[in-house]
Design a protein. Structure first.
Length: 155
């Protein structure tokens, strides 16, 4: 007799194992441990600037802080929970999967950036930070000086 397991059962066991391993390595098995949210970030180098895009859904602009020190660009902030038992009274939560709390991302930039002209824009949960390159790091064309060589005479 041939016995097979359904794919769903095997997949469920794999996911359960992955979840257990994640909890073991992150310390989530402890009752007071909290989950950490790390925003997704893209960094693009253009001819004259670096642009950082950070996805911050559910985060208000006033809850985000951007810092620049010793060529490290830091984005930190807080993602607040819409569930607040203090103001909403007694609640019964059926699912709480969203991660809230503080977050921080740091990016070391090359030496030649213009830290005085960094700008940021926050629209629809997408933070865009533009870091211009310093004039010394910008590509430039160098002219070649030519001097006429004196003609050699046959005297």
């Amino acid at each position: 007799m041939l016995t097979t397991r359904s794919l769903n059962t095997t997949l469920d066991r794999m996911l359960s194992l992955n979840r257990a391993l994640d909890q073991a390595f992150t310390g989530a098995w402890q009752p007071d441990a909290s989950r950490t949210w790390v925003p997704a970030v893209d960094v693009v180098e253009q001819k004259d600037k670096y642009v950082l895009y950070a996805e911050l859904p559910g985060v208000a602009a006033e809850d985000v802080e951007i810092g620049f020190e010793q060529n490290v660009l830091t984005v930190r902030g807080t993602k607040r929970s819409p569930i607040d038992p203090a103001s909403q009274g007694e609640l019964r939560v059926y699912a709480a999967e969203r991660v809230t709390g503080g977050f921080e991302r740091a990016l070391r930039l090359p030496e030649f950036v213009d830290g005085d002209h960094i700008s940021a824009d926050f629209t629809n949960g997408l933070l865009t930070v533009t870091v211009p390159k310093a004039q010394a790091a910008q590509p430039r064309r160098i002219a070649i000086n030519t001097t006429a060589t004196p003609a050699v005479s046959d005297n």
